[in-house]
Design a protein around this ligand. Structure first.
Ligand code: GLN
Length: 485
């Protein structure tokens, strides 16, 4: 059952081979049996899920079902859910119950999907290893000594371990693609504005984007069909029509122009990872694609640019957590200042505090021009690199991450080396482009992801390019052993 695709699950529900309640129980049982080993969920909402499943069964019986009605999913715990805790991986929101659903959650429920629970994540989505979560780290299902990547490590691990068919996630600097790569699954970060940010707890608003995690590009396309689209409650939401992402998956790749940026294959890239990416690119040659070398000359500026812009925006966004309006409040405050200081001091973890301090500094009078303004200028140069590249090629390919999953604890005391694990993903967020990671091989037991970057609103082409690869390879079908049965 847990290896069925979304299309197979939808067909099984319609043919009455199983009901949505049975399917939901099946995945809830798997979570109960296995999640103790990987810690991928912060909250499991069994009663809520079974109620949604009953309603879905009713809709199926009445002929009111749409394509994914009755299919379970997991939501990253950054998306607000009405009546169910939304912690964002933080002690600050450990007691927070939102009074409304995020746009993404509303669309999933509106399509009759069943929410199994809320997945673990780095605190406020700040991290690349899931080790900054207040709820403890997630373990990589392929090797429990290894990190799953972050910040959407819970969603990635839950999909990889077959605890849910699909999951939502968010990506500010790589948090969908990097954990997808490290956990051997398919993850798509859409174009900025493609998916509503309404009710998605803000980290860095000009970079944050919701997206999907699945085992295959086909499943990712079907979930993207549900969550993509304009939302007037998000002022940066794009008023663009949403194509049927499932309709063009099989299109030929003959004549597809692939660019390989020389900067993505230089120092710092693990040689085994490089070999696997080369082999994946060869598969594309066999599928009829033309491959050419390109340059994205400002790639080296992406990480430093991001680590000014993202902390600056986070320091502003997180100022709302003051111990007064929502979330954690310290005990026995002596006055208002003490309340602010201790609530924030006790409610936030170390990485979040580091970002708030960097951001506050970068935005302060006298430093704004030197840091924030400069970073905005560099952001333009980085976007221009991509614009020039897309005059010559249709998609850009390279590794998602310079290494396979590292060990738990290996980088937690060295923030700069942690930040560098997003070196190939961050520029895509700065430019607002769509990007995807698909499984392309293994180094030992640890998966390697191929990153595919497209032009604005070209998600359909990315999914098509990924799908054709998955028809001639089986990396995406492999399951981590302890969770295979
Ligand atoms: N790892 C990056 C960071 O810590 C990106 C996180 C993300 O995409 N949410 O900021």
């Amino acid at each position: 059952m847990h290896d069925k695709t979304l299309t197979e699950l939808a067909a099984g529900l319609r043919a009455k081979e199983f009901s949505s309640v049975e399917l939901t129980r099946y995945f809830l049982d798997r979570i109960a049996r296995y999640d103790g080993q990987i810690n991928s969920f912060i909250t499991v909402c069994a009663d809520y899920a079974l109620q949604q499943a009953q309603a879905a069964d009713q809709a199926l019986a009445n002929g009111d079902a749409v394509s994914l009605t009755g299919i379970p999913l997991a939501q990253k715990d950054i998306f607000c859910t009405d009546g169910i805790r939304t912690s964002c991986g933080s002690r600050m929101l450990d007691n927070f119950i939102a009074p409304y659903d995020a746009g993404v959650v509303e669309r999933c429920s509106g399509a009759g999907m069943v929410m199994l629970g809320k997945t673990n994540m780095d605190e406020f989505a700040m991290g690349s290893s899931n080790e900054t979560s207040y709820y403890g780290p997630v373990h990589n299902p392929w090797d429990r000594e290894a990190v799953p990547g972050g910040s959407s490590g819970g969603s990635a691990a839950a999909v990889a371990a077959r605890l849910t068919p699909v999951a939502t996630a968010t990506d500010t600097g790589g948090s969908i693609r990097q954990p997808a790569s490290l956990c051997g699954i398919t993850g798509l970060k859409p174009t900025y504005g493609r998916v509503s940010r309404f009710g998605m707890i803000a980290f860095a608003s000009s970079l944050d984007q919701g997206g999907v995690m699945a085992r295959s590009a086909e499943d990712a396309a079907l979930l993207l069909n549900v969550i993509a689209g304009f939302d007037e409650r998000d002022s940066t939401s794009a008023e663009q029509t949403v194509p049927d992402y499932g309709a063009t998956l099989d299109e030929t790749l003959a004549g597809l122009k692939i660019g390989l940026p020389e900067e993505y294959f230089s120092d710092g890239l693990d040689t085994e990872v490089a070999r696997i990416i080369d082999a994946a690119v060869d598969e594309y040659r066999k599928l009829g694609a033309e491959v050419k070398a390109i340059s994205l000359p400002n790639t080296g500026l992406a990480v430093p640019t991001y680590y000014v812009i993202a902390p600056a925006e986070c320091s502003s966004n997180l100022s709302r957590f003051d111990g007064v309006r929502f979330g954690y409040r310290c005990e026995n405050a002596v006055d208002l200042e003490d309340l602010y200081k201790r609530s924030r001091g006790e409610g936030f973890g170390a990485e979040v505090k580091r970002r708030i301090m960097i951001g506050t500094y970068a935005l302060s009078a006298g430093y704004y021009d030197a840091y924030y303004l400069k970073a905005q200028q560099l952001r333009h140069l980085i976007s221009d690199d991509f614009a020039k590249a897309f005059e010559e090629v249709d998609v850009i390919m390279g590794p998602t991450s310079p290494t396979v999953a590292f060990n738990l604890g290996e980088k937690s005391s060295d923030p700069v080396s942690m930040y560098l694990s997003d070196i190939y993903t961050i520029a895509v967020n700065l430019a607002g482009l769509p990007g995807l990671s698909i499984p392309a091989g293994f180094v030992g037991s640890r998966p390697v992801g191929l990153q595919i970057i497209g032009n604005y609103f070209n998600e359909a082409r990315l999914l098509n390019v990924a799908h054709r690869f998955q028809q001639v390879t089986d990396w995406h079908l492999r399951a981590p052993q302890p969770f295979a049965d």
